[in-house]
Design a protein around this ligand. Sequence first.
Ligand code: HDD
Length: 718
Amino acid sequence: MKNTKKDLDDAENRKQQDLNLNKSDGTEHFMTTDQGLKINDDTNSLKAGERGPSLLEDFILREKITHFDHERIPERIVHARGSAAHGYFQVYESMEKYTKAGFLQDPSIKTPVFTRFSTVAGSRGSTDLARDIRGFSVKFYTEQGNYDLVGNNVPVFFIQDAIKFPDLIHAVKPEPNNEMPQAASAHDTFWDFISLMPETMHTIMWVMSDRAIPRSLRMMEGFGVHTFRFVNKENESHFVKFHWKPKLGTHAVAWDEAQKISGKNSDFHRQDLWEAIENGQFPEWELGVQIIPDADEHKFDFDLLDPTKLVPEELVPVTIIGKMVLNRNPDNFFAETEQVAFHPGHIVPGIDFTNDPLLQGRLFSYTDTQLSRLGSPNFHEIPINRTIAPMHNNQRDGHMRQEINVGRVSYHPNSLGGGCPFQAKIEEGGFASFNERIDAQKVRDRSESFSDHFSQATLFYNSQTQIEKNHIINALRFELGKLETTAIQTRMLGLLSQIDTTLTDKVAKGLGLKVPKSPEKPMNHGVGANADKQKYEPKKVPQSVKSSDALSMLKSKTLSKTIASRQVAFLCSEGADRASINAMKTALEKEGASIKIIAPHLGSIKTDDGSEVKVDQSFLIASSVLFDAVYIPGGKNAKFMNSNDAVIEFINEAYKHCKVIGADESDIFSNTKRTDKLDSTEGENGIIINSKNPDKTFTTSFIEAMGKHRFWDREEEL
Ligand code: HDD
């Protein structure tokens, strides 16, 4: 039999080979019960007479219904909504100088990965387009065991200590009395908590920025958030921060668009990831690291152990060390995406933790949660969680144990089993924690070096372009504007005033409130009852970096110009210009973009030369918010295009969301809004008219404009 592409992938991917052991395919097989009995009738239950009651004896009915009754498991307490894919990671050059981690040594080795992206607050069936942080979890199936990098698309976190995590999540989840709102932070309990916890301010700036509404899961950065350690063979340690940089650049949608996408297609991100992989447009990220010698631990204006801080790239550049390619969709959502269990505590020799108190608490939480979510300490045996490294220990039994451990010995030390399984020396790959010196008193306390809650929030805000600042202001106006409690809004203005006064004034204006003269004191309510409140008051430490381009999506180098895999709507009707359609289609597809023909009805339409064009979507189904750009070919369809409500709405929305609009003729816009902006012949507004451009450059101008992604200048000044 000829190998398919998937078979070839499997042959070189050890994890796929491992998963194949558990795959089941009913093609060309009889239907059976769970016990292997062939079923003769799966349509009728066993009854006492044709119209009589069902019989208890019907074991086929009972088995089927019982299994169905128990199909659901608890969803993740956070990050319930997620989408995942398989792929591989490959290091560019050996990192042996810094780490002995096996998967970071040999550039010829592809380490299998399974990567899951998620929103945080919404439940499993919630919308992909919520304003939220996105989870970015990668499980590396290394030869030394599983390594999980369980990060987010934002490099900092709301809180400094894991003990506050349940409070944060209780505050952001739907309110407990009425379970509203779903997958949204714009409600009183969230902002009540935030307004009393100034340490959240830096992350709040990120969450109010466009980072929280990505265009695609393939177009967002990822971060390990905490400072970790690299440890090399000589047992030397360096601090390390992890970054994932997307090859397609970091892009967002507009907030109005996000809300509309949620209605039109709440699986927008999931579908985008799935289709890109099915189409062979494999998403790719580069792994970057910021490496800091141990000796430099105290050289910064902040504490490396504080997860509300990032290390500006101006102080420590990001070195790119490898790439991750996602090239295979899961076969079964439940078996893989739902049952995968990530844990920041799954590490391999060469990588270690730091004393970041948020990380330390996470090390407990992730195994604990799997026990109730997956139901047994044997969750590591579920195929997607199973390591490809040899696995032997004296853990035994428990619900749903799969492994059949042979022999009488299940303890160590033993003589009856020849001392097996052996402990490994460090030279044999045995894991030993980095021997950091700790000399301290036991305290329930926090270091004063964690007290600067505002400086990096200001750094983030100052690093944005005016457009991005406007989006943050509007996001805060939206979120705080939805609150019922004025005192919370006012308290938030007090905290924002510590970040930037113009920001605060503009948010206050939107809320119709006055900025409080002096913020409430003590500002930090999140401290112990006996604590010295003075000590915990937020402090501002002068910062050496005042602005950082890497923090802005529009300034940063990650704003890629490629249009590969972007979606373009061709609005057509009977009589559309066939030659134009073909020219634009060919040019766009050459760049890797996808096009969809949108017309009044499904089937096909007749173009100006009499030929038929197949219609992909009708106006009833399509919507501008689901596309990156729109093109309206000329021809004999102008009358329809000029007067059709769906076309006019399509163009108006594309305009509002700052997308590229291309048309062969400008009279197409005679009934759309903002025609004043159409004066531009050069396309600087992202509106490109063929008749005003020399023919040769029309498609080029359109593609170049799409490469700029959005024309945010169209938005009104605040
Ligand atoms: Fe967490 C899931 C990321 C702090 C407790 N977390 C979870 C997932 C991601 C993160 C991406 C989804 C994993 C998946 O796809 O299955 N979490 C983070 C980051 C944090 C963070 C980047 C801070 C830097 N988390 C955090 C704290 C705690 C937890 C402080 C608890 C003290 N997180 C959990 C959890 C979850 C989880 C309850 C829910 C489902 C799961 O673990 O497997 O244990």
